[in-house]
Every structure is written in C-alpha cells, then in structure tokens.
Design a protein around this ligand. Structure first.
Ligand code: SF4
Length: 194
C-alpha cells in the first residue's frame, strides 16, 4: 500500500512538474518568423507532392489501382489527418507557417489546444503517415526486384529516396530553424533548440 502511494505521488508529481515545465518552455517563443515567405510554402508542398507522386509511380509498377489508392491515402494523411492531429494545436494555426499547413488546418478544423503541441505522442501520428509514405513503395519495389529487374524500378527507388530526403529532411532544417516553436516542438528538425 505504501509503495503504491509512493508510486502515485511520484507519478503525479512527475506529470505536474512536466506540465509546469511545458508551460514555461512553451511561453518561451524565440524570435522566429511569424509569417513565412510564399516561396517556402510552394517549395515545401512541391517537394511533398513529388514524394507522394514518386510513391504512386513506384506502386503503379505493381498495380495502377494500388498506386492511385496509395496516392489518395497519402494526400489525405498529409493534408487532412496530420493537419487535424497536429496543426490545430500549433501556434501557427491560421498563420502562414513554413509549409502553409496552419492555414489548411484553420480552413477545415477548429482550433485545438496549444498546450498539447509539445506532446511526444504526436510523433506517433507523424511517423505513421511519413513511415507509410516511405515504406509502402519500398516494400512494393523490393517485391518487384525479387520477381524481375527493370531500370524503371531503380528510377522509382531513387525518386522515392530523393524526394523523401528533400521533403522530410533537407527542407525542414531551414523551416524549423526559423520557427517560433523550435525550442519545444517534438518534431523539430533544427540543430538549434533555443
Ligand atoms: S519546429 Fe519545425 S516541425 Fe515544429 S512546428 Fe516549427 S516548423 Fe513545424
């Protein structure tokens, strides 16, 4: 009984301290951009569409219908599901963030709770969608490689890797580095955290 009470106390205290820390950290916006340039929005979305498109191309090689379904699921995942799960809790909700997705979120969903934005559980949703975009074409291409070899499969493989790398890594670094939330965002790709 005593150990249970100690456990309950330490757990509650842990979450209380964590909540207080989050409060302090989340108020600590740095001097990042309040509004990103349109060029950032265009380049980010172009890279994302090329990533999804290269996945459609790769899966199309197996079955055209499967490629189309992958494209629809990918678009819904990126432009609807994640905008609901993540962006409605973001400070950039309704504002022009590096990707412009804060504006998309505000167009479709009610504002969420900013205090929930730094929860690491959001990463599960983010990795699920981006993991699907990366792994589904890979699995299909590996399956095709086992069956036969064609140069077009190599092109598809290179395209998926290239656009995933550009969209998911290269372009995120400058976007996150100029972001007001980089100090506490769990998905921040910037090497600078303060
Ligand atoms: S730090 Fe990066 S991932 Fe996080 S809200 Fe800012 S731009 Fe988005």
């Amino acid at each position: 009984m005593k150990s249970l009470l100690v456990h309950l106390y330490s757990t509650t205290n842990y979450y209380y301290i964590r909540f207080r820390l989050n409060e302090v950290i989340m108020e600590n916006y740095d001097s990042g951009l309040g509004r990103y340039p349109v060029s950032s929005v265009i380049v980010t979305n172009l890279a994302m569409l090329l990533w999804i498109g290269s996945g459609v191309f790769a899966i199309w090689l197996l079955r055209p219908l499967a490629g189309i379904i992958f494209g629809i699921v990918g678009l819904v995942g990126v432009y609807t599901y994640l905008r609901w799960v993540v962006c409605r809790h973001c400070w950039y909700y309704g504002k022009r963030c590096s990707s412009g997705w804060g504006i998309i979120s505000a167009a479709f969903f009610a504002k969420g709770d900013e205090s929930r934005f730094n929860q690491r559980s959001l990463l599960v949703h983010i990795f699920s969608v981006y993991g699907f975009l990366m792994l589904a074409p890979m699995v299909v291409l590996i399956y095709l490689f086992m069956d036969s070899y064609a140069p077009i499969q190599i092109y598809a493989l290179i395209a998926v890797f290239l656009f995933a790398f550009i969209s998911g890594f290269i372009l995120r670094i400058p976007g996150c580095t100029r972001c007001k939330q980089r100090a506490f965002c769990p998905g921040c790709a910037s090497p600078l955290k303060q």
